[in-house]
Design a protein around this ligand. Structure first.
Ligand code: AMP
Ligand code: ZN
Length: 465
């Protein structure tokens, strides 16, 4: 299996640290709002990577953090007049719901900054003791130049960075390249006790700490979106390798952006669609299929046409699968694969070849289409049950790895998250129009369908009973 390593800028054979195991860390979202469709990309991509490793027989320890201490969360909390944990807990729940909708397997562990403070303080102390960090008036900074390999991931040269660095006014840093590990408390912000006074950690340190705690000093794969290469991942390497004295991650994987008009979709630019907006129109499965239709490292230019195309492609798969399962129900024929000298494993070889080559899901999907095409053309009442089941088993395997559900699942009366969101939206509208009778009846309908809703100052929370 080969994967593209951002660190070496080459495709490399994957060799695990420990036989049969993969230790993997993916930087998770900052939880101050609903995730947008760009944030959904690393969820889907690295879940597929994980599923393929599992298919190959590896046990995957998959850790993804939630950044629940951050300026944006604090700002949102102040705007809403609530504690910042109310905001972060709400959006953690929402992100997990979206992940479930996208058919992402739950992580082995989802650590949060607020729960790892002792370890964070411990690592910062180690960096201070080792001379890689220094304290100034309640702040602690990382001494970037002390780390000889700084720039190795992003390919940046430290002197170029220095000359391009903004001259900051009122900073206590010894060098503009130094970055913050600990910030002193500001009024109204959450804070924790530390050897440097009350305060809170900078962003980069959390991932160094959480990955060490849950995966050890060296992991196999560290992943995230390509915007994280610099400075976030570069700084994580500097922190971890200085503190632990060993290689931090063997392989670095980065997904490309989802763009709008060739510009990265992002909250700060305002050019984004939340995943919840999208799933009002296209089911989560379509979004997942859309994301996997392109190679994970390339950019995707977001458009309604592409989602429509993904929906059509997914329907073709589902229709072929339906034909196959109906034939299985009524199978009475005798035609076997052997009789036709038909090599059923050819699709799997193509699928694996694509996935072994840096997780080329676009080509893997082509292999899936090929087998569906075969079903559409060749399966009929003469096909034997054994042959049909063999075809089904191949399709099931491919779909499971890609996280695609080929049949419309029996919902057993359970309302889908998309429908819940739609009804909640309609209820909000009704309330806005002061149509409280309608709002109440929507609430009752949701309850009937097994969904409990709770109004909080930060918005509506919902869950299945
Ligand atoms: P954030 O909450 O902004 O830290 O992002 C969470 C994850 O989504 C990170 O791995 C980001 O790199 C990734 N991400 C953010 N925006 C995009 C985008 N437009 N396209 C692809 N990935 C993104
Ligand atoms: Zn991170």
């Amino acid at each position: 299996m080969k994967l593209y390593n951002t660190l070496t800028r080459k495709k490399e054979e994957f060799v695990p640290i420990e036989e049969g195991k993969v230790r993997m860390y993916v930087c998770g979202p900052t939880v101050y709002d609903l995730i947008h469709i760009g944030n959904a990309r690393p969820y889907v991509v690295f879940d597929t990577v994980r599923k393929y490793f599992e298919y190959k027989g590896y046990e995957v320890n998959f850790v993804q953090n939630f950044t629940d201490v951050d300026d944006k969360i604090i700002k949102r909390a102040i705007e809403n007049g609530v504690p910042s944990t109310e905001i972060s807990e709400k959006y953690i729940k929402e992100a997990l719901k979206d992940a479930e909708g996208l058919n992402v397997k739950p992580s082995t562990k989802n650590p949060k900054v607020t729960e790892e403070m002792d370890e964070i303080i411990k690592m910062i102390s180690t960096l201070v003791e080792k001379g890689y960090a220094y304290e100034r008036n309640g702040s602690v900074f990382y001494r970037t130049r002390a780390f000889k390999d700084y720039g190795k991931l992003s390919g940046k040269n430290i002197d170029d960075l220095e000359s391009g660095a903004r001259i900051e006014i009122n900073t206590e840093k010894d060098d503009p390249l130094d970055f913050v590990l600990w910030k002193p408390k500001k009024e109204g912000e959450p804070s924790w006790q530390s050897p440097w006074g009350e305060g809170r950690p900078g962003w980069h340190i959390e991932c160094s700490v959480m990955s060490k705690k849950y995966l050890g000093d060296t992991m196999d794969i560290h992943a995230g979106g390509e915007d994280l290469i610099f400075p976030h991942h570069e700084n994580e390497i500097a922190q971890s390798e200085a503190a632990n004295g060993v290689t931090f991650a063997k392989y670095w994987m980065h997904n490309g952006f989802i763009n709008i008009d060739n510009k990265k979709m992002s909250k700060s630019e305002g050019n984004f669609f939340t995943l919840r907006d999208i799933v009002q129109k296209y089911p989560y499965q379509v979004v997942r299929f859309f994301i996997l239709s392109g190679h994970y490292r390339g950019p995707i230019n977001f458009s309604d046409d592409l989602l429509q195309a993904a929906q059509n492609s997914l329907s073709r798969i589902k229709n072929g699968y339906k034909k196959l399962t109906q034939n299985i129900k009524n199978a009475s024929g005798t035609m076997t694969a052997e009789e036709n000298a038909f090599d059923i494993l050819q699709y799997r070889r193509n699928f694996e070849k694509a996935m072994d080559d840096d997780f080329n899901t676009a080509d893997a999907i082509t292999a899936l289409f090929e087998i569906i095409k075969f079903v559409n053309i060749n399966v009929n009442e003469n096909s034997s049950l054994e042959f049909l089941n063999a075809l089904k088993s191949e399709i099931d395997t491919f779909c499971e790895i890609l996280g695609i559900i080929p049949e419309d699942a029996e919902t057993e009366g359970k309302i889908s998250p998309e429908e819940v969101e739609k009804l909640i939206g309609e209820r909000a509208q009704a309330k806005k129009e002061k149509n409280f009778a309608l709002a109440d009846s929507i609430r009752a309908t949701l309850l009937e369908k097994g969904v409990v809703i709770e109004d909080t100052r930060a918005g509506v929370n919902w869950s299945y009973k």
